[in-house]
Design a protein around this ligand. Sequence first.
Ligand code: SF4
Ligand code: SF4
Length: 305
Amino acid sequence: VALWTGLTFVGFFTPIRDLFPNLIAWQLSGWETFWILFYAFATYGNAGYLREQVCKYMCPYARFQGAMFDPDTLIISYDQARGEPRATGKKREGLGDCIECTMCVQVCPTGIDIRDGLQIDCIACGACIDACDEVMTKVQKPLGLIRYSTANLLEGKPSRILRPRVAIYAALLLALMLTIVIGISQRKLLLLDVLRDRNALYRVASDGRTENAFTLKITNKQRESSCYDILLIAPAALQLSKRQSAVCVDGRSTLAWPITITALQPLASRQLEFAIALQSQQDPELRRVENSRFFSPIEGSYETK
Ligand code: SF4
Ligand code: SF4
């Protein structure tokens, strides 16, 4: 399970369809191997070895929850007025309903005794409620010795559900959900990066033309494969070869597409701004434009070799 978690995590950052065949063929890159083993180790360490220590000392949930509580908050509570004095034995006169069976402590994943009051280690799993209800059923007492209740109710005071903090938390939650919905609806279905060839700023061909090499990194986030026109938005002196001006990318994948831009005549300056537009052939509305620069040797002339 730990290894599977590692693979799934790494699959977020590298094409997951290639990851499994590469793993079987022992052809994973060094970084992929490192991060798969790292996440597998972290998963095994947290879920297999540290277990409840993660809940007690590492998870911020309990601390966060504690800061949001007030006396009207529903919490898992032991009814002291009903349960105390606790004791074992069949003679129950003068005793509370708790028969000291310790089932609530035994089932608790963080090993706490809820009868000592609400503690920061409680992860509100409710296991102690179920365990105690089973015991109460067996001893023919009313259920709910441990139950969801509020501090005010347990003290016999009135408790309110609707209060300002509930409205504030609900508004914050709504704002968060709206942000997520807007983020998903505005998600870009097409990404484009124009990466310059790192080996050479420019290349002068045998016929004297200057060439700049780029790699287009095209990410198609749609389910279906899609074909795109690659349009060069630049002065007429720059040209993109026709055979490089269209590309098809599989659904949910990224493609590296090498292109070469050529200056047909000497340029007036060493640098020339241009843009690459990627436009879907199926849906012309789906379009991405990225800017870059073309470099030539010497202002107004070609360097010939
Ligand atoms: S499970 Fe219920 S009866 Fe048993 S010790 Fe806990 S509170 Fe008491
Ligand atoms: S709710 Fe879960 S974590 Fe909290 S005391 Fe009960 S069993 Fe333990």
